[in-house]
Ligand binder design. Structure first.
Ligand code: GAR
Length: 202
């Protein structure tokens, strides 16, 4: 059983998509053991409460030192014996404190085709650049921003009349599919990573 911690900062639609797909049996041999939020008012926490999923909230605004904050996270996750951390709209860069503790066990979803359009407002960046296709990327997390080895990507078209909202919605639909696919493959033990190269057994 792959024990997952999902990290959120806001809406949490990727978290709920993962949870629903586990419930439906689309992701086998996995459970969301705990939800972690760095924001007390994260919408996704309401869903965790409603579904009786254990959650931890440590407001990051109370901590100046990012290493100290991540050490606290490591401590608070210990009782859950976590195998996989899924960052899902978790709007913080994680430090080596977390990365070293969970080597190759932290993944993230980003709303662009990496390595293009890292960081915030990736969909708006894509629109401004004038790309004809964008999408989402599930990747391992390393010390950089949106820079770890790529697990899988989904592509969507960009239309002339797109706004940040319409493009974000089209990408988000694919995010929910991509993240669940990636987690399912990891839970089945089919994902291996060597340097930047990730292979997925069929
Ligand atoms: C998603 O679009 C996710 O890809 C993005 O934040 C949104 C969170 O939505 N993450 C990043 O931009 C990270 N760089 P959600 O809270 O509904 O899952």
């Amino acid at each position: 059983m792959t024990k997952i911690a999902v990290f959120i900062s806001g809406r949490g639609s990727n978290f709920t998509a993962l949870y629903e797909n586990i419930k439906k049996g689309n992701i086998k041999n996995a459970e969301i053991s705990v939800v972690f939020s760095n924001k007390e008012d994260a919408k996704g926490l309401e869903y965790a409460k409603k579904e009786n999923i254990p959650y931890i909230c440590i407001p990051s605004k109370d901590y100046k030192n990012r290493q100290e904050y991540d050490r606290l996270i490591v401590q608070s996750l210990k009782p859950y014996n976590i195998d996989l951390i899924c960052l899902a709209g978790y709007m913080r860069i994680v430090t080596e404190e977390l990365i070293n503790e969970y080597e190759n066990k932290i993944i993230n979803i980003h709303p662009a085709l990496l390595p293009s359009f890292k960081g915030l407002h990736a969909q708006q960046q894509a629109l401004e650049y004038g790309v004809k296709f964008s999408g989402c990327t599930v990747h391992f997390v390393d010390g950089g921003m949106d820079s770890g080895a790529i697990i899988l990507q989904k592509v969507v078209p960009v239309y002339d009349n797109d706004t940040e909202e319409t493009l974000s919605a089209r990408i988000l639909e694919q995010e929910h599919i991509a993240y669940s696919e990636a987690v399912a493959k990891i839970a089945e033990g089919k994902v291996t990573v060597k340097g930047r190269k990730v292979s997925i057994k069929e």
